[in-house]
Design a protein around this ligand. Structure first.
Ligand code: SAM
Ligand code: DTB
Ligand code: SF4
Length: 366
């Protein structure tokens, strides 16, 4: 086991990030081996259970209704559809299903009840269940836990400073508050961010300060490379260089030694060699399946060939933590409180988000 520190400074993290690469890799790989089997990689399958039409202005996101992207929107999937997809994912070697919804926050009501039923259904297939549904209250987090949720994904996305340059419709503190609410249950926390949004290396270090200060630290940390989607404010950002991804993964591994570092969005741009270096640097999880939420991901068969070539084995479900029990809806201890959300809406202006919204309005008039 490695010592877990919650007092990393930005300067210390920058020093790690900027080390000569061979030293950085050696240090990260050494720490990795203290807490993890270097030949085991956890495989999650993403499932977009409700797609597009989102009220938020996240500058990276093709699902924000205000931008003009050509994704296909969908209402909430049925429990049966979700079960069929989960069985497919299981057959393909995934130990976890991560259900994403294009919501700002969870609202009590029939749709949330349906999501709780999806959680029960997948847990009964003996797979780890993760949800990423936006902000949640303590009561909602408890209801998800009671249904058998294993993990909740809620990314900090960037440093607190750069967050304001990307999103104006919700605040960084709201993200921390949601993570806090999840922490009041036995659901594990999955939180990470995105690189390649035009942020500085200082911002990347700032995000890692915020993640490492969480006590306990997140059980899993996705590192996404921006998928620059046409029509979003970040459409023109340059692709992340593989070296930046490797440095970010290695630094995350050193600063969050026990977390499962997930190589997330952006793998279609990465060679096998590049991904192998990320695994060496401490990445030990991926999203598998030919689609992320709305954008492409490498083919599952190609991923399995890569695993074989590198001698990697998919992690068995519930290796890190025991399977939660699902309480049936009729036996639930909790009721929907119908709380009025207390989440903030800072609504400062972000020039490029405003511009893309205007362009979308013009395009819709045509
Ligand atoms: N609506 C919920 C929320 O924002 O928390 C859950 C779904 S949201 C799509 C989940 C995460 O996906 C975001 O926090 C962001 O980190 C990541 N993401 C979204 N679009 C992305 C993109 N174009 N490239 C990389 N990561 C992206
Ligand atoms: C995370 O950190 N990355 C995933 C998952 N958590 C929900 C989402 C990536 C989305 C990439 C863009 C898309 O496919 O829409
Ligand atoms: Fe909505 Fe989540 Fe996309 Fe932001 S990241 S626009 S909250 S779906």
């Amino acid at each position: 086991m490695s010592e877990v520190r919650h007092n990393w400074t930005k300067e210390e993290i920058l020093e790690i990030y900027n080390k000569p690469l061979m030293e950085l890799l050696y240090e990260a790989a050494t720490i990795h081996r203290k807490s993890h089997d270097p030949n085991v990689v956890q495989v999650s399958t993403l499932l977009s259970i409700k797609t597009g039409g989102c009220s938020e202005d996240c500058g990276y996101c093709p699902q924000a209704a205000r931008y003009h992207t050509d994704i296909e929107g969908n209402d909430l999937m049925s429990v049966q559809q979700v079960k069929a997809q989960a069985l497919r994912a299981k057959a393909g070697g995934s130990s976890r299903v991560c259900m994403g919804a294009s919501w700002r926050n969870v609202k009590d009501g029939p749709e949330f009840d349906q999501v709780l039923e999806m959680v029960r259904t997948i847990n009964k297939l003996d797979m780890e269940v993760c949800c990423t549904l936006g902000m949640v209250t303590e009561n909602q987090a408890k209801r998800l836990a009671e249904a058998g949720l294993y993990a909740y994904n809620h990314n900090l996305d960037s440093s607190e400073e750069y967050y304001k340059e990307v999103i104006s419709t919700r605040g960084f503190q709201d993200r921390l508050d949601t993570i806090d609410n999840v922490r009041k249950t036995n659901v594990t926390v999955c939180s990470g961010g995105i690189i390649g949004m035009g942020e500085s290396v200082e911002d990347r270090a700032g995000m890692l300060v915020a993640l490492s200060t969480l006590d306990p630290q997140p059980e899993s940390t996705p590192i996404n490379a921006l998928v620059a989607v046409e029509g979003t404010p970040l459409e023109d950002e340059k692709p992340v260089e593989i070296w930046e991804m490797i440095r970010m993964v290695a630094t995350t591994r050193i600063v969050l030694p026990e977390t499962q570092v997930r190589l997330s969005a952006g793998r279609t741009q990465m060679s096998r060699e590049g991904q192998a270096m990320c695994f060496f640097a401490g990445a030990n999880s991926i999203f598998a399946g030919d689609k992320l939420l709305t954008t492409p991901n490498p083919d599952v068969n190609e991923d399995m060939k890569m695993f074989e070539m590198l001698g990697l084995n998919p992690q068995k479900p519930f290796t890190k933590k025991v399977q939660p029990q699902s309480v049936e809806a009729k036996d639930s201890q909790f009721e929907a409180l119908g709380e009025k959300p207390k989440w903030t809406r800072p609504e400062h202006k972000i020039e490029r988000n405003e511009q893309k919204k205007q362009e979308a309005l013009e395009l819709r008039k045509q």
